[in-house]
Design a protein around this ligand. Structure first.
Ligand code: ATP
Ligand code: MG
Length: 497
């Protein structure tokens, strides 16, 4: 059976101080269904790019497999999808049945092949691009976050599809998506990379046990260190006292004491005390290195300014938006103060369009029905796409925010300091999302419009968001396809059909 061997691979991007991967060794079986997990910016996408041979690294990747990467870059989207497929998959007309078989398994109507690629819904695009990856049965697929922007049903279809395949690596932060799909985990931790046999849940249980034992060791260590310190201090006091006594006795000459002995003794005590402190410090260093893989989690807080009036923030009455042959369903709802209203519905139904219309952003839609948005509210809008460019300081200033405040929120979201100076375009997808999120957290707001906040974010940040909303219960309109988030925070839901 074939393997992929990663031997002694080291890599860093030009502007990085430390290596992203340092002498990495991994051995992967070609039949494994691997989930690649780790916090944003740990190097998951980079690892796939290393396997694809797209970056210069030192060390070796040994494999005779063909690698295929999702998402592929579609240079020209304004052509029929069939053309995109033929280009990306190097398919001839007589082999088109191969893509049709895969599309069928993904429950996509083969008619979409005739449709212009740019007009496909996000879910259809994802499925077409995935289908292309699996045309070569003997290939090894490298799939980078397929679930972003997929609705609940789409996630289930893609999950079932991958379950029927083998020999791939899939990156995802979505536990419920990964669990049924994978049989191995590659985890990029704070300090190392490990491969684990099992799914996300079993990996997590194991990780929690490991963390607990590290924590226990830490507690034990703290006690040991305190004891060592106390002893050291006592010794030091004793030796200081002896020294003082020696000098005093020396001075008064009242008692016949062996000054030599006392001097010798206190020097010995001092030395012992120093050795004890040194030993304690060494023990701390050693034990702290054992704690290297524990993830630090700090609560985040929305800069939410609660207002006493009005009671109703938003009223949407028989709203329908239309442009050419696109028509949103007729929508009715009310958003009251302190409510978190989840706007649910499949991809392409018009959720984002409705948000933008309420916010009064320019759109080519003709509106029927009414929207009433209360006056004088401070609104923070977190957009669905990662559209930011520039550096964090510029972005903060554009929003009239203190850069320090945004930095502080980013630190809580696990950002490393050196990234503060980097242009957002050079960051990982999750890091870009965190910049947008940190700006929204920093903005003073009475009302939040959050459009798919969890996309690209790592598991720890997802939990931080859930905890913050639960704790502060801000007034919020929320779109997301993550069931865990909706269940945890929504106080009201409307479903668009
Ligand atoms: N082109 C680039 N130039 C400089 N630094 C980069 C570049 N691409 C990525 N990085 C940095 O390398 C690190 C790893 O990025 P990578 O995209 O591999 O992370 P990731 O684990 O895929 O994260 P995410 O979960 O957010 O997608 C990050 O700190 C990122 O800022
Ligand atoms: Mg990535």
């Amino acid at each position: 059976m074939g393997t992929i061997q990663i031997e002694n691979v080291s890599f860093k991007y030009d502007q990085m101080v430390d290596n992203l991967f340092n002498s990495l060794d991994l051995k992967i079986d070609e039949s494994w269904k691997l989930g690649l997990i780790g916090r944003n910016g740990r190097g998951k996408t980079t690892l796939l790019k290393l396997l694809m041979g797209q970056l210069d690294y030192t060390g070796k990747v040994v494999s005779n497999l063909n690698f295929y990467y999702y998402p592929q870059t579609v240079v020209n989207k304004n052509v029929p999808t069939i053309k995109v497929v033929k280009n990306l998959a190097h398919l001839e007309d007589y082999d088109l049945w191969k893509i049709e078989i895969e599309l069928d398994k993904l429950q996509v109507d083969p008619e979409v092949l005739q449709q212009e690629f740019s007009t496909l819904s996000p879910g259809e695009r994802t499925k077409v691009l995935l289908a292309i990856l699996f045309i070569d049965e003997s290939g090894f697929q490298l799939i980078d976050e397929p679930t972003n922007h997929l609705d609940i049903e789409g996630r289930k279809i893609v999950s079932d599809y991958l379950k029927s395949k083998k020999g791939f690596i899939v990156i995802s932060h979505d536990k419920s998506f990964l669990n049924p799909v994978i049989d191995h985990v590659i985890s990029i931790n704070r300090a190392d990379v490990d491969v684990y046999k099992g799914n996300f849940d079993t990996w997590q249980e194991n990780k929690e046990r490991q963390d607990q034992s590290e924590m226990n060791q830490k507690d034990q260590l703290k006690k040991d260190i305190n004891r060592l310190h106390e002893t050291a201090v006592k010794r030091e006091n004793w030796s200081n006292q002896s020294e003082a006594q020696k000098n005093k006795k020396n001075y008064t000459e009242k008692v016949n004491l062996d000054k030599g002995f006392l001097g010798h003794k206190s020097a010995k005590m001092m030395k012992k005390a120093k050795t004890a402190t040194k030993r304690a410090n060494e023990a701390i260093d050693e034990k702290q290195s054992l704690l290297k893989n524990i993830e630090i989690e700090e609560p985040i807080t929305l800069n939410y300014e609660e207002v006493k009036h009005p009671n109703i923030f938003v009223t949407v009455d028989n709203l329908q938006l239309q442009h050419e042959d696109i028509k949103t369903p007729v929508v009715n709802f009310e958003l009251k103060r302190d409510q978190v209203l989840a706007v649910l519905g499949p991809n392409g139904i018009g959720k984002t369009t409705i948000f933008k219309q309420i916010l009064g952003l320019p759109q080519p839609f003709t509106q029927t029905g009414d929207i009433h948005l209360a006056n004088n509210l401070k609104i923070s809008y977190l957009r669905q796409d990662n559209e930011l460019v520039g550096n964090i300081k510029q972005l903060a200033i554009e929003k009239k925010l203190e850069p320090e405040m945004v930095y502080s929120n980013l630190r809580k979201l696990g950002f490393e300091r050196y990234l503060f100076e980097q242009p957002v375009e050079n960051m990982s997808q999750g890091q870009r999302r965190k910049v947008a999120l940190a700006i929204s957290l920093s903005e003073p707001a009475n009302l939040y419009f959050w459009d798919e906040p969890l996309n690209y974010l790592d598991v720890i940040t997802r939990q931080q968001i859930i905890d913050a909303i639960k704790k502060q219960h801000p007034t919020m309109l929320l779109i997301d396809h993550d069931q865990d988030l909706i269940d945890a925070v929504a106080t009201k839901k409307i479903e668009l059909k």
